[in-house]
Design a protein around this ligand. Structure first.
Ligand SMILES: C[S@@+](CC[C@H](N)C(=O)[O-])C[C@H]1O[C@@H](n2cnc3c(N)ncnc32)[C@H](O)[C@@H]1O
Length: 312
């Protein structure tokens, strides 16, 4: 097309004075041709450039991943050597080093055993309808943390999520947010705690109860209210305990802690379910509320452990 255009320009130059209808047509055709040519070139150039940028990006990413992989490998190797050295120094050479897979299997077995012999705890999910989507997401995160703590525990609890409707907002959020949720070693059921356990064994934990929890009794079933209330609605779990006609108890915060001065004068005894659970786990391990509160009571709640608790 370029040559054709050149020849025609040549002809036009030869008969410069004769501008005819034919010439106008030819020029416009030429311009069209030129236009088409230019566009095609432009598109080709652009796509070539894009390809080059693309492949540069791909290469850069690939190099980045390779560097990361190499760093990970050498870190793993260093870590392995460090552990080996440690074992040699402590004379612990006979203790087998468990691989991740073995450790996972041991944890799974311990959790499975706890499902039949461990102390029992339900999270009552019958009250999630009135919660916002944000609260539902936070509750799903708290369930993940609670389960994570149980996995790490030396003596895990037998866990149940009760009144847990398949396909509900919370169910979908748990599956979306929590890796492997449907394989968690805990009972997921649409039944309520009363369908599963005799009412006289149930102790509903609520910050608004009069009675303080003394200890964790292996014959009882402890129930946490599956609630995240950003707009603190008081006594929901206490009302629920009344509705179920079961005993209600609060953590013994008044007995083992005291208010701490703070700028905002903020004091709260309402904890998230995973925080209550961490306190219960440590109490079961140590038999000491002081230890459990020291370790797990959130600093921002405006309480510190009492140097002379009213109960010991
Ligand atoms: C964020 S709290 C919900 C607070 C809510 N206003 C209510 O009425 O329960 C979530 C759950 O954790 C447990 N919980 C929180 N703080 C507690 C405390 N100080 N004593 C006993 N249980 C507590 C309760 O089971 C409670 O339902």
């Amino acid at each position: 097309m370029c040559c054709e255009f050149h020849d025609r320009r040549q002809n036009m130059a030869n008969s410069s004075c004769e501008t005819s209808f034919y010439d106008v047509n030819v020029i416009s055709e030429d311009l069209n041709l030129l236009h088409i040519e230019l566009d095609t070139d432009l598109i080709e150039n652009r796509s070539n450039r894009k390809d080059a940028v693309c492949s540069k990006n791909v290469l850069r990413k690939q190099r980045h991943w390779e560097r990361q992989l190499a760093a990970k490998r050498s870190k793993r190797k260093e870590e392995k050597q460090r552990r080996k050295l440690n074992r040699e120094q402590t004379g612990d050479v006979d203790t087998p080093e468990f691989t991740k897979r073995v450790l996972k299997a041991i944890t799974k077995e311990r959790l499975a055993e706890a499902q039949s012999t461990g102390p029992r705890l339900c999270v009552d999910l019958s009250m999630t309808d009135c919660m916002s989507d944000k609260e539902i997401s936070r509750l799903a995160g708290q369930i993940r943390r609670l389960y994570g703590s149980n996995k790490k525990a030396s003596r895990p609890f037998h866990l149940c999520l009760t009144d847990f409707k398949e396909g509900s907002r919370l169910y979908r959020e748990c599956v979306r947010m929590n890796d492997g949720f449907l394989n968690y070693t805990m009972k997921l059921t649409e039944q309520s705690c009363l369908d599963l356990f005799p009412s006289e064994t149930i102790v509903y934990l609520t910050p608004d109860a009069e009675q303080a929890l003394q200890s964790v009794d292996p014959d009882k079933v402890y129930v946490l209210g599956g609630l995240v209330d950003e707009s603190i609605q008081k006594k929901i779990s206490l009302d629920r305990a009344g509705e179920l006609n079961v005993v209600a108890a609060r953590l013994p915060i008044d007995e083992y802690m005291m208010k701490k001065d703070n700028l905002k004068s903020f004091h709260s005894k309402i904890l998230a379910i995973n925080q209550v659970f961490d306190i219960l786990l440590t109490f079961c391990d140590t038999g000491s509320w002081t230890e459990a509160f020291k370790l797990w009571f959130p600093l921002g709640k405006g309480y510190i452990v009492h140097p002379e608790p009213t109960e010991s």
